[in-house]
Each structure stands twice: as structure tokens, then as C-alpha cells.
Design a protein around this ligand. Structure first.
Ligand SMILES: [Zn+2]
Length: 122
């Protein structure tokens, strides 16, 4: 998969997660963009908040954001295990090409996904 295909599928998968509710304060996020607008990137995780987790051979790709109530909300960006692997491979390959850490590459992809979601809403 190339970058555009990955971005399109992530956006499509993320869409299925909404509406979503903060389990702490109960605020409702209508869609991905609403979620982005109402939450912030946790300061301590600025470069790594689009995380690729590798746990018991199950890849999980999470975006962490802080709700206004300070609760950290994890948004899984890929649900299908095969697609998770595709994203991990893509991030590893691109990071190698650019000679940057995989987390940094994940951050770049995150920023692109958010930018595209914003551009489309205008
Ligand atoms: Zn909250």
C-alpha cells in the first residue's frame, strides 16, 4: 500500500469509531474532526502519540489525545490486523528511507491524516 491508500483507509476506519464519548466527563465527539478540535496532543507524547504497539504479535495503532477534562483517550486507527501490519511496514520502510525513527515517521503520518481531514471539512 502506498501512503495515499493508507491515509484513505485510516480515515475510513476512524470514521467508524464515531460518535465517541469521553468515559470521564461524558463530552461527545461527533466525528474525527470534532475529536481533533476538542482534544489536544498530550505534551509528553508529542512525537510519539501516534503509537505503533506490538503486543503478543498483535499490532495496535493508537493515537493518544487529551480531553479537556485531562483524560487521555486512545483512538485505534486501524481495526483490521492485516491493515495494522501494512501500516507498521509502511512506517518502518519510510523511516528507513528518510533515516528517522519510526515514531517520528508515525508522527508525520498523523499530521498528514489530520491535515487531510481538516482540508476536507472546509
Ligand atoms: Zn473528558
Amino acid at each position: 500500500m502506498n501512503e495515499n491508500e493508507i491515509i484513505e483507509k485510516v480515515l475510513k476506519d476512524i470514521d467508524k469509531l464515531f460518535p465517541k464519548k469521553c468515559s470521564c466527563c461524558g463530552v461527545v465527539f461527533e466525528n474525527f474532526l470534532d475529536f481533533i478540535e476538542k482534544t489536544d496532543i498530550p505534551v509528553h507524547a508529542f512525537d510519539a502519540n501516534f503509537m505503533v504497539m506490538h503486543l503478543h504479535n498483535v499490532y495496535d495503532i493508537l493515537a493518544l489525545r487529551n480531553c479537556k477534562c485531562k483524560t487521555t483517550i486512545a483512538l485505534p486507527c486501524a481495526i483490521d490486523p492485516e491493515f495494522k501490519k501494512e501500516i507498521v511496514l509502511f512506517l518502518e520502510n519510510e523511516a528507513k528511507k528518510l533515516n528517522i525513527p519510526t515514531e517520528k515517521m508515525a508522527g508525520l503520518l498523523r499530521d498528514k491524516i489530520i491535515k487531510i481531514a481538516r482540508d476536507r471539512s472546509e
